[in-house]
Design a protein around this ligand. Structure first.
Ligand code: NAP
Length: 266
């Protein structure tokens, strides 16, 4: 199933679930940056919430807000009984410690899944594994190679894919991996997840298994002004997710799923 079709289906299911709930879930998005990419992500999240019948509120704060004042806002949202889940849109201005803010969010309302004790899976990894499962990808015993070791994508994916139930053999590559090793691991991979942020990290110069699956997380603005993934298009594999219109949509639907879960768990 194509990602667009899968997401449309999940949205319909969530809409029905919410229609049957005693009250609508409420999401708050805290935005304290002037980043144009963030503005477009926030717009997408507000639209998704409206489409599934959830309430969403955008709390726009000045990018000069102090860390202390932002933490106060977080605390207010933690204690507001009408708020089921909230996110603090990243990146935060440089004078604010992102880790401190992530840890200040009540884990039960942390629908981004960033808190160390969160009860939710982080949205991008969750979206990827749920989509693959819906497409009947058999995880157990498969060689999963992840490029990129960020705290929001690479590392949590490695944890999830190597956990009981998924049971993949996981290899996590990064900027210090040699070209020779990268080529070796890619040639043996059944599942390749590229989360680097550079165009052409995967290209046709590498050998791939014919039935390999490439999940392209990268979002890169090319010299042509368009958005590109980390992988060059049309690599010789069974399935390669597109950019745009790929993992970004999976990340968004996971946020809505976490919100519905947060409301039910309350
Ligand atoms: P990040 O924090 O930007 O870090 C990039 C990672 O890639 C680092 O771990 C780095 O290694 C590694 N790396 C650099 N060059 C490499 C190479 N040649 N081969 C293998 N690994 C290499 O990562 P991120 O926040 O996960 O973002 C990665 C990309 O995904 C970006 O384009 C971002 O915009 C996109 N993204 C998309 C979504 C979505 O929903 N579609 C969500 C999140 C992120 P070191 O640790 O050694 O520096």
């Amino acid at each position: 199933m194509e990602i667009k079709e899968y997401v449309a289906l999940r949205k319909e299911e969530l809409k029905k679930e919410i229609a049957a709930m005693a009250r609508k879930p409420k999401l708050v998005i805290v935005k304290a940056n002037e980043n144009p990419a963030s503005a477009s992500y926030v717009k997408g999240k507000m639209k998704d919430a409206a489409e599934i019948g959830a309430d969403a509120e955008l709390l726009e704060l000045s990018s000069s807000i102090s860390e202390e004042d932002l933490l106060k806002k977080v605390d207010e949202l933690n204690n507001d009984p009408t708020v089921d889940g909230f996110i603090v849109q990243l990146p935060l201005p440089r004078h604010i410690d992102e880790e401190k803010v992530k840890l200040a969010v009540n884990p039960k309302k942390d629908v981004d899944g960033f808190h160390a004790l969160t009860t939710f899976l982080p949205c991008t990894p969750k979206g990827i594994v749920d989509y693959l499962a819906a497409n009947d990808f058999k995880f157990a015993g498969k060689n999963a190679v992840i490029l990129g070791r960020s705290n929001i994508v690479g590392k949590p994916l490695a944890r999830i894919l190597s956990s009981k139930g998924y049971d993949c053999n996981v290899t996590l590559l990064h900027s210090r991996t040699s070209e020779e090793d990268k080529a070796f691991y890619l040639a043996h991979a059944d599942l390749i997840i590229a989360a680097v942020g550079k165009i052409g990290v995967l290209d046709a110069s590498y050998k791939y298994k014919e039935d390999a699956v490439i999940v392209d997380v990268g979002i890169n603005r090319g010299e042509d002004g368009l958005l590109h993934g980390d992988a060059l298009p049309n690599l010789p594999v069974r399935l390669q997710t597109p950019v745009p219109g790929g993992v970004g949509l999976l990340t968004r639907i996971s946020l809505m799923e976490n919100l519905v879960l947060a409301t039910k768990n309350k």
